[in-house]
Design a protein around this ligand. Sequence first.
Ligand code: PLP
Length: 287
Amino acid sequence: KWIFLNDRFVKKEEAVVSVYDHGFLYGDGVFEGIRMYSGNVFRLDDHIKRLYESAHSIMLEIPYTKEELNQLIVETLKKNELHDAYIRVVISRGVGDLGLSPFTCHNPGVIIIAEPLALFPKELYESGIEVVSVPSRRNRSDVLSPKVKSLNYLNNILVKIEASLAGASEALMMNDQGYIAEGSGDNVFIIKDGIIKTPPGYIGALEGITRNVIIELAKQQGFDIREDVFTRHDVYTADEVFLTGTAAEVIAVVKVDGRKIGDGQPGEVTKQLLTGFRNAVTKDGTK
Ligand code: PLP
């Protein structure tokens, strides 16, 4: 198994980084999670765009052009002979002094890992999952923008712990005002009386690429879809709830904080969007 590390491919066992890398010391860096379906890298350009925007926002210069990075990702997949895979691209601030200042780091680290992945067992895509809302809060755009996909995932990790302790597969995070923001690594949608809603980014949600694909699909299929704020009450009383993400894909939520959603089965609109998504992932991408 080959990992791309800084400027070359190395064996998995030899893919190690320095203890002075600020990505490790401070979570100083950005990343992307990307999927390949049947030899097709889904929305690669969108992921690369978000990665460069995240890096630019934290004053981190990626030492490759977008085209070069695109090629390196494709090469990593080829070298590992993968057709269906999850790809993790990490750009770290690089090796520097122990101080917080990023200006002692002169060579950003570049890591590309690709491996097979199934986040949830197949049955859960049929039956739907149970989620809980958790005490940890998602920051809004007044602090670090939620649009930056940074290496600082401690908040999301706490959310994951809180979900696991409650026996749930995933969690819903609220922002400091109590509006639903997103899951630990996915976006959330609710459907009520035929209207589909997902929280706007400024509430404290990453503008997920899967989320954007679902917004496009829903529009194409003639649904009324809106970016709008909502609370836990709106989730509990929704007809359907689902999550979207590169790793999670599109998955129905059938119970939230012990409240059954709709009739407790994945809803018709969710199923229709999941079918549309499955069709899109094998067509719409980079070979
Ligand atoms: N929200 C968070 C916090 C995430 O980490 C992710 C994963 O990338 C998402 C949402 C879903 O975004 P995407 O569909 O681009 O994977």
